[in-house]
Ligand binder design. Structure first.
Ligand code: NAD
Length: 423
C-alpha cells in the first residue's frame, strides 16, 4: 500500500483485486483523502502460532489469523476458514469484503475474517476439536458478542462454531451464545442459517433473471463447488425449475446435459466424499465447468476462478457469485465487454451474514424466530438491497459490483465522518 491518495495493489492476488475494486468505486465518491486511506487499511491484524497435541502424541505448530478490517458500523463480523492455502493477505482481503457486504445490505457490523492454515480433512475429530479450541483461545483477545463475532466459512462447520462458543464460554464462566453465529440449533443457532448464503444466491439469480428477461424455469446452471453454499444453491435453483447440468469440488467436476439429480448427488457425495464418479455423469475439470454452455454460472468454491485468461470462453449469460472474489478485475473487464451480467459476491451471498445478524439478535434477546420469519426477512432485505444497488449502478453508468461498492463505501465513509477521528 502507499499512503498517497489512491492505494496501489501490490499484485494480482485477492488483496490486490479487492483494493482495485475499492479504488474503482471510491473514484466515484468525493471522499476526503484521509477517509479513503482509512478505509483502505485493515484496522488490526492478529497472527498466531500455536501448538496442538496430535493423536499420535506428537505436537504440531499451526498458524492462524484474525483480521478486523473495520469496526466503524459496529462489532466486526466474518467467517473462519480452515484451508491449507490461507495467507494473511487473503484473510485481509476477505475481511475488507465483509465490511462492504455488511454495509451494502444495511447491517450494523464491520468486517472481519479469520483462518487457520490446515487441511481439516486430514485431522481426526479430536485433533480438529483441539485445534479449534486452541485457535479460539488465541484469538479470544479480539472475540466477543460486542466486539467480534465469527461464523463458518470454507472448511468449518456448525460443530466448529459450537467448540468456539463453548471455549469462549468456559473462559468467561457463563454461556455466551452470541459470540459466534452458524451454531447448531440446539445451542442457540438460527433456523435457516445453514442454507442462508445459498438461499440468497438463489434469490439474486431470481431477481437477475427477471430483469434480464430470462426464464428461471428451465434455465441451465453450472455450479462450481458443491459445499455448504454450492449444494444449497443447487437444491434451491432446482426447486425453482432450473436444470443443474454440472457441479464440482476440489477433486473435479461432473456434467450431465440432461441434469444432475440433487438428492442422488448428495447421497453419492456423502458416501464417496466427492461428487466425482457420480453415475451417469461425464467427468470434467473445474476449468471446463466454467466454460460450459449453461445459462447461469455460479462460481461457489473459491476466489480467482474467472480471470482475464478464461473470461472470453465463459458462455453463460449470467454469473451469480456464490464464493467470495471468484471473478478477478481482469475477468470483470472481459465479461463487461461481452455483456455478461455479474451479480457480485457482496450482494449475492450476503444471506449468510444477514441470517448471522438474525442469529446474533436472537442470541442477545433469547427470543427465537421461526424458519419462515427468518427466510421472509432475509428475502425482503435481499430484494431491497438488489434494487438499491441496481439504482446506483444505473444512475452512475457502472456495473453492479461497482454500484454495490459505491453504496457500501459511502455508508461506512458517512459513519467515519459523523463519528469523527479520535482524539
Ligand atoms: P465448503 O468448504 O463447505 O465448500 C467449498 C467447496 O468448494 C467444496 O466443494 C470444495 O471441495 C470446493 N473447493 C475448494 N477449493 C476449490 C478449488 N480450488 N477448486 C475447486 N473447488 C474447490 O465452503 P463454503 O462455506 O461452501 O464456501 C464456499 C465459498 O462461499 C467461499 O468462497 C466462502 O468464502 C463463500 N461463502 C461462504 C459462506 C458461509 O456462510 N459458509 C457465506 C458467504 C460466502
Amino acid at each position: 500500500m502507499n499512503t498517497q491518495g489512491s492505494v496501489t495493489p501490490p499484485n494480482e492476488d485477492l488483496w490486490g483485486a479487492v483494493l482495485q475494486q475499492f479504488n474503482r468505486a471510491a473514484d466515484h465518491l468525493a471522499l476526503k483523502r484521509g477517509v479513503r486511506e482509512f478505509l483502505a487499511f485493515p484496522k488490526r491484524e492478529l497472527a498466531v502460532n500455536f501448538p496442538v497435541k496430535m493423536d499420535d502424541g506428537s505436537v504440531r505448530i499451526f498458524t492462524g489469523y484474525r483480521v478486523h478490517h473495520s469496526t466503524v458500523l459496529g462489532p466486526s463480523k466474518g467467517g473462519i476458514r480452515y484451508d491449507q492455502g490461507i495467507t494473511l493477505s487473503q484473510v485481509r482481503a476477505l475481511a475488507m469484503l465483509m465490511s462492504w457486504k455488511c454495509a451494502v445490505v444495511g447491517l450494523p457490523f464491520g468486517g472481519a475474517k479469520g483462518g487457520v492454515v490446515v487441511n481439516p480433512k486430514v485431522l481426526s475429530p479430536r485433533e480438529l476439536e483441539h485445534l479449534t479450541r486452541r485457535y479460539a483461545t488465541e484469538i479470544s483477545i479480539l472475540m466477543g458478542p460486542e466486539s467480534d463475532i465469527p461464523a463458518p466459512d470454507m472448511g468449518t462447520t456448525p460443530q466448529v462454531m459450537a467448540w468456539i462458543m463453548d471455549t469462549y464460554s468456559m473462559h468467561r464462566g457463563y454461556s455466551t451464545p452470541a459470540v459466534v453465529t452458524g451454531k447448531p440449533i440446539a445451542i442457540g443457532g438460527s433456523y435457516g442459517r445453514m442454507e442462508a448464503p445459498g438461499r440468497s444466491v438463489a434469490i439474486a439469480a431470481r431477481e437477475a433473471t427477471r430483469r434480464l428477461g430470462m426464464s428461471i424455469e428451465g434455465a441451465t446452471v453450472a455450479i462450481q463447488g458443491f459445499g455448504k453454499v454450492g449444494s444449497v444453491v443447487s437444491a434451491l435453483l432446482a426447486q425453482q425449475g432450473c436444470r443443474i447440468i454440472a457441479t464440482s469440488d476440489k477433486q473435479g467436476g461432473v456434467f450431465n446435459p440432461g441434469g444432475l439429480d440433487h438428492a442422488r448427488l448428495v447421497e453419492h457425495k456423502r458416501q464417496a466424499g466427492t461428487v466425482v464418479g457420480f453415475p451417469g455423469a461425464e467427468a470434467i475439470s473445474n476449468a471446463e465447468l466454467l466454460e460450459l454452455p449453461a445459462d447461469i454460472l455460479v462460481p461457489g468454491a473459491t476466489e480467482g476462478q474467472i480471470t482475464a485468461d478464461n473470461a472470453a470462453r465463459v458462455r453463460a449469460r449470467l454469473i451469480v457469485e456464490a464464493a467470495n472474489g471468484p471473478v478477478t478485475p481482469g475477468g470483470d473487464a472481459v465479461l463487461a465487454e461481452r455483456g455478461i451480467r455479474v451479480i457480485p459476491d457482496i450482494l449475492a451471498n450476503a444471506g449468510g451474514v444477514i441470517v448471522s445478524y438474525f442469529e446474533w439478535v436472537q442470541g442477545l434477546q433469547q427470543f427465537f424466530w421461526t424458519e419462515e420469519e427468518v427466510n421472509a426477512n432475509m428475502d425482503r432485505i435481499m430484494v431491497r438491497s438488489f434494487e438499491a444497488v441496481e439504482q446506483i449502478a444505473n444512475s452512475r453508468g457502472v456495473d453492479l459490483r461497482t454500484g454495490a461498492l459505491i453504496k457500501a463505501i459511502d455508508r461506512v465513509a458517512q459513519a467515519v465522518l459523523i463519528r469523527g477521528i479520535y482524539p
